[in-house]
Write a protein that binds this ligand. Structure first.
Ligand code: 0WF
Ligand code: ZN
Length: 568
């Protein structure tokens, strides 16, 4: 079996990990976890020599001892176990619990990571206040500060001192220099190359321009019109050529007098402004556009709507997630990012995607609408803004309800009706991965969960509210998908199929199949969980039996109860 060797350092100590090429992802993560001597709830971050965070997975690029990666335990997960520094020895726990019983202290006074997180990250003041309260209660009852409370106070003090002296933890709001109260962005923004580098872009541009004059076969052109299209088979430069084909085959080049060089420059700028993130990247832009393109052909929209509306829809899809940074609106608002401030918490991301689109279109060399009249441009701008803003999922019910209300008397000659349909079409395209073949859709879900989990990790580290469906401790792949398909995807897709019944087989059937697939996966996971719990219980009851037998047979193993004075 071929193996990979990965060289890395952890706490300055050189280590190497060897694992088979087909090693399960979880095993690779566990390997690194044990190298870092990290607990099951600690968060590990692996950096490459350039300082970028890389994914700990079986696909890790093999390296040499000269190009070591760096492994860090960035922070402990705040959800379950007490934090290391607040772990009590057995004796201390017993001592504390006997005091708790005596004075009737509630169990939340156990100092756990959950409380730390709940108290806005590492809120030591809250911790200190609680300790003071605890001390007062105990003092009142016992007359002196017990050693365990004294020890805990010392640990809190020393922890505060450590935190306040570490500059790179300033984003936790604890570094002493942070006196002006301004929000500092998470270090993750700086540590990874979110934006594409100039070199990367130049290379892609050259390759794209070379390829753009090549003829794309009729077979590919037809395949491009179907929701079964597999994006994973195409690299970014080819994707740019395919986008060019869409503009050509919908006759936009001829109808709107778009020069090929301008379209190429526009597509290159679009490529450049999608970031290197797991989900909301250039490939997602392509998938959404390709689904929109497929829907236009499948529903024969060319015969029902003006070309300009189709141009609005396709271009909106191309631009709809420009410069997405991998953190959703809830994060933007909670973290009070520049975008949330700029857009007053109103769809900050979608407003930004739209603004970037018009930045690109402001440049003559990439303005595909430069040969249109003022009125046409105005209509296009209004349409694109409407469509991109409609992709904010918090508006889902509002838009779907509107669509449902006009459906019984839908009229293609009514502009208001067409506007709502355009919003529905971009929404459907945006969340349509599950309408694709399973081998195309499932990797997309993995990418999305990677982006979601990253956000919730950062939310925990920054002491922000954690978005529940992004929390790696709470959701699984099937659990996140069954609810979404049942309550979001199917109700939306079914309404669109009411207007276009031919879509049933193309987008509803595959989504129903996906629902069955994830429902089965959810059941299998549940069975596995139950089996594990059962095995653990069996093992525990065996242990107890053995333990009880040995205790009964040994006077020296009698435990703390045995040393208690006889109160009778
Ligand atoms: C993972 C799941 C989810 N699944 C998808 O297929 C998909 C496509 N787009 N998106 C998706 N989300 C989102 C990307 C940004 C906006 C839409 N998510 C949805 C969430 C977990 O869970 C639910 C479940 C029910 C209702 C609402 C959200
Ligand atoms: Zn999107």
């Amino acid at each position: 079996m071929a193996t990979k060797i990965i060289y890395f350092t952890v706490n300055g100590r050189p280590e190497q990990a060897e694992f088979p090429m087909d090693c399960p992802a979880q095993d690779v993560k566990d390997l690194f976890r044990s190298a870092a001597e990290a607990g099951p709830h600690d968060i590990l971050k692996l950096y490459n020599p350039k300082g970028n965070i890389i994914n700990i997975s079986p696909n890790l690029e093999p390296n040499s001892p000269n190009s070591c990666y760096k492994l860090e335990v960035v922070a402990a997960d705040c959800n379950s176990e007490p934090l290391g520094i607040f772990n009590l020895t057995t004796w201390e726990s017993q001592c504390l619990s006997s005091y708790r019983n005596k004075v009737g202290l509630p169990s939340f006074l156990v100092i756990s990571g959950t409380e730390l997180a709940g108290a806005l990250g590492f809120d030591l003041s809250t911790m200190e206040k609680r300790l003071q309260g605890l001390e007062k209660k105990i003092l009142f009852e016992a007359g002196e500060t017990p050693a365990v409370v004294y020890e805990m106070k010392k640990q809190v003090d020393s922890f505060r001192e450590k935190l306040e002296s570490v500059e790179h933890l300033s984003w936790l709001g604890l570094f002493k220099d942070l006196t002006d109260g301004t929000h500092k962005p998470s270090p993750f923004y700086h540590k990874r190359t979110l934006h594409k580098t100039k070199k990367e872009c130049e290379h892609v541009r050259e390759k794209f321009l070379q390829m753009s004059s090549l003829e794309v076969s009729d077979e590919v052109r037809q395949y491009l019109k179907t929701p079964t299209f597999d994006n994973w088979q195409w690299e970014d430069t080819e994707i740019m050529v395919l986008l060019q084909v869409m503009y050509t085959d919908l006759d936009f080049i001829a109808t709107f007098n778009i020069e090929p060089e301008v379209l190429q420059q526009f597509l290159f700028e679009v490529y450049r402004r999608y970031n290197n993130i797991p989900f909301h990247n250039f490939k997602h832009c392509f998938c959404v556009t390709q689904m929109m393109y497929g829907l236009i052909w499948l529903t024969d929209l060319k015969s029902k709507m003006d070309s300009i509306d189709l141009l609005i829809m396709l271009t909106s899809a191309v631009c709809h997630d420009l410069d997405h940074t991998g953190y959703n609106n809830a994060y933007q608002i909670n973290a009070r990012t520049e975008l949330a401030l700029r857009y007053n918490d109103i769809s900050p991301l979608e407003n930004h995607h739209c603004a970037v689109a018009f930045e690109i279109l402001e440049k003559t060399e990439s303005n595909i609408f430069r040969n249109l009249s003022m009125d046409q441009y105005k209509r296009i701008r209004e349409g694109i803004i409407k469509c991109i803003l409609a992709t904010d999922m918090t508006r889902h019910n509002e838009i779907l309800s509107k669509f449902k209300s006009i459906l019984p008397a839908f009229d293609f000659t009514n502009k208001d009706h067409r506007d709502v349909l355009m919003m529905i079409l971009i929404k459907v395209s945006d969340i349509s991965n599950e309408a694709r073949p399973m081998e195309v859709a499932e990797p997309w879900l993995d990418c999305l969960l990677q982006e979601f989990y990253n956000q919730s990790d950062v939310e925990k580290l920054e002491g922000l509210p954690v978005t529940p469906f992004m929390d790696r401790d709470k959701v699984t792949k099937p659990s996140s998908q069954t609810g979404f398909i049942r309550f979001v995807l199917l109700p939306l897709f079914i309404e669109l199929a009411n207007l276009f019944p031919c879509l049933e087989q193309h987008i509803i059937d595959p989504v129903r199949k996906a629902l069955d697939y994830y429902t089965e996966m959810e059941k299998a996971l549940e069975r596995k969980k139950q089996n594990r719990a059962q095995n653990e219980n069996t093992a525990k009851s065996k242990e107890t039996t053995v333990g009880a037998q040995s205790t009964m047979g040994s006077h020296t193993d009698a435990g703390p109860e045995a040393s208690k004075p006889d109160t009778q």
